[in-house]
Design a protein around this ligand. Structure first.
Ligand code: 13P
Ligand code: 13P
Ligand code: MG
Ligand code: MG
Length: 372
């Protein structure tokens, strides 16, 4: 029998600005899932990263299931009421619609789902990132699934030697999903040409070419594309199955030691390096820095083990120190050039209005007369 992993995540309010949800809010969401999860769910885990609450669910109902999506939506609606009671900032921020209509996709919450035949041992990783967008996963996925400099399994494991298929979405379109399938290693340069622009081209899923099994599911929604205006950032989640025919857990974690620059810091408008942090870490400096957590799980017939906190290991302390240094260096140049996102990506319309007003004040100088 196939198992489905569904993770649905939303920012429904946080303490002290965009720092972290309250314990009361987290418990309200957890209690709701516990009370209403039967008989839909096999198991669940509720946690937070920055100001975002994620509900991870295991079940047998497949992807995009209305009952599963409604369960998560209702938990977030109930949580929003609790957030308002506590006066939390941005209560209900990511719930863009008044009422539920079949599926939370396009309604604000981020969704990553995967249905598969459970292996005898089913190790997988659940990543959640705050103050960034889904393109933050592009580089780590490229390195983990397509680069033997990062992933020796591509050389050593026979099933991995066939490579992986990347499904990449052009997230500028809101009329319908625009996706392309590209095979590594033959089309490596085509994959790279797209992934270099993480605000536009986003890895949606990765598949084993040897077995056809799905390894990765990423939440690809871009909130400001859906809403057409600033609504908060599209803080993404991702599921990655590891080991056997897939990269080892350590090969998937390794690229996070780079602390690459991602879009979405402070007011959704800055380029700041992303910091791997322990589960349940809030934000701080400059409303960030952008952060990513990773919970490792094993599972049997949909029953989850407790999570193992992949970035709590002492190894990541020195990475965090280096990322903080990079972040401070970039901040020193304030609003200039690469520090801020390009105009089209800015989350606020204030600057566009300002530039339009200034445009009217530009004077056109008469060309200098040529001297005979
Ligand atoms: P305001 O609602 O105070 O503008 O805050 C939004 C915010 O902090 C986005 O970065
Ligand atoms: P969130 O999208 O995480 O709410 O952050 C808003 C923001 O831009 C804070 O600076
Ligand atoms: Mg927020
Ligand atoms: Mg957030």
């Amino acid at each position: 029998m196939k198992i489905t992993l569904s993770v649905i995540k939303a920012d429904i309010g946080s303490i002290g600005g965009h720092i972290a949800p309250s314990t009361e809010l987290l418990h309200t969401v957890g209690r709701f899932i516990h009370a209403h999860g039967e008989p839909l769910l096999l198991d669940n885990y509720v946690g937070f990263t920055g100001d975002d609450i994620a509900i991870l669910m295991t079940h047998r109902r497949g992807e995009g299931d209305t009952a599963i999506h409604k369960l998560a939506w209702d938990a977030f609606v109930t949580g929003t009421a609790a957030a308002k009671q506590q006066g939390l900032y941005g209560a209900g921020q990511d719930l863009l619609r008044e009422s539920f209509s079949g599926n939370v996709r396009g309604m604000g919450p981020a969704v990553a789902e995967m249905q598969f035949d459970e292996r005898a041992s089913e190790p997988f990783l659940f990543f959640a990132a705050d103050k960034t967008d889904p393109g933050a996963f592009n580089l780590p996925l490229y390195l983990a699934f397509a680069d033997p400099m990062n992933t020796p399994g591509l050389l050593l494991a026979p099933k991995m030697a066939r490579g992986f298929r990347f499904v990449i979405m052009d997230v500028m379109h809101t009329d319908a999903d625009h996706v392309i399938e590209l095979n590594a290693p033959e089309e490596l340069y085509d994959i790279a040409a797209l992934l270099r622009d993480p605000e536009r081209y986003v890895v949606e899923s990765v598949w084993s070419r040897a077995t056809g099994e799905q390894a990765v599911a990423v939440a690809t929604s871009r909130l400001h594309n859906i809403a057409g205006k600033y609504t908060g950032k599209d803080d993404p989640v991702m599921l990655v199955r590891t080991q056997m025919n897939f990269p080892a857990t350590g090969e998937v974690l390794a690229p996070w030691a780079i602390g690459h620059f991602v879009g979405g810091g402070m007011r959704g408008s800055h380029q700041v390096p992303i910091m791997p942090v322990p589960l349940g870490t809030g934000t701080s400096w400059f409303d960030g820095p952008p952060l990513v957590s990773c919970a490792g799980f094993s599972m049997h017939e949909g029953r989850l083990t407790e999570p193992v906190d992949a970035f709590a290991h002492p190894f990541w302390d020195s990475v965090r120190e280096r990322v903080a240094g990079k972040a401070i260096e970039m901040r020193r140049q304030g609003f200039v050039g690469a520090a801020m996102l390009p105009m089209a990506e800015l989350e606020y319309t204030g600057i566009t209005e300002k530039l339009e007003a200034l445009e009217r004040r530009f004077a056109v100088r008469a060309p200098a007369r040529a001297v005979a």
